[in-house]
Design a protein around this ligand. Sequence first.
Ligand SMILES: Cc1cc2nc3c(=O)[nH]c(=O)nc-3n(C[C@H](O)[C@H](O)[C@H](O)COP(=O)(O)O)c2cc1C
Length: 374
Amino acid sequence: MMNTEKKLLAPLITGTLELPNRVVMAPMNRRRAFNGVPGVSAPEYFGQRAGAGLIITDNTAVSPNGIGYMGTPGIYNQAQIEGWKRVTSEVHARGGRIFMQLVHAGRIGHYLNNEGQMPLIAPSVVTAEGIIRTPGEVHLPNSEPVEATTADVRRLIDEHIQGAVNAMEAGFDGVEIHGAHGFLPEQFLHPHTNRRRDAYGGSIAARSRFLLEIVEGTVAAIGRERTGIRLSPFVKLNDLPDYTEEAETQQYIVDALQRMGILYIHLSDQGPAGRGKIPEAYIRDLRRRYDGLVVLAGGYTAETAEAALQAGLADLVAFGKPYIANPDLTERFRLDIPLATGDPGTYYQGGDGGYIDYPVHSHTFGANTTADCR
Ligand SMILES: Cc1cc2nc3c(=O)[nH]c(=O)nc-3n(C[C@H](O)[C@H](O)[C@H](O)COP(=O)(O)O)c2cc1C
């Protein structure tokens, strides 16, 4: 019996988008780009997943030294824009909608992974704990970053805004600014990584300025209806410890985002991964402060996603790992078909294996076979 009454599978109409369902494909850096240009199989990969209400791409670097992880795609030159055009046309031809996640990794990464081996750049010289894959399968500690001058900070903001403009040229329906997971905007928010004394460091307002100027510029350049953001309050990723003003800082940002009227706030919860849970009370408070759409992500199943939607915690729910092995995830939800499990060995590296070769379930009623996706 079909689950057509599920809220998860009900359409959602915004000012610019008609989403056929509330299932979002979460951003996942599959690290298969070369020189920042999405790989030749990327159009097929995303096209296979066009049944999602909304697809969000891999985090995509806005600058040559914003790459972070080897194989991350970019959106700072024409070859990359052309590469992404192939992706957006395929997704649109298959009836889908797709946003690009814009990232600058800041102090996370190794200069050997950056185009031209440019040094890492960050709010302050605070090297991140952790090791990272570099060419030749050599794993090295994150490099020490250089401190951005105030002029650098303005350039980094402009690079994000230009990334959004380039994404629109590449045919995207909008962008998601990566303000989560300890990458550059969060490095500015956090007092551990931001020890600056200029207008971008110190008070909550000053630490938030970098992120908010990116959002403001993006809204001015491509429109608030095409601008989303990912945040991960209380999440501990990429060597960011707890800090006392975290809730206040995040609330300050949410209030500013409300004034700017952006399309959505996407909250990345890492509770299931043991790296920080976002309390329900925080989400309810955010809902009171912010009228736009709320996307929740982190360990959801069809059932828990439905419960979050029914409870009014979210408007959309994003699925990461389930989308890797189930290109037809919404159909499986609709037909109550058990989900396939992906191979973690190919999550972050490899070629077409584990990328475009997961089958879709046969749509034939009563069949228990699978069929290749195109
Ligand atoms: C292979 C892989 C790559 C990921 N890359 C990104 C990324 O580029 N940007 C991001 O914000 N989150 C990234 N994530 C986190 C996911 O978006 C998602 O929040 C997380 O997997 C939890 O959701 P899930 O339990 O449905 O997988 C990645 C996760 C995986 C498994």
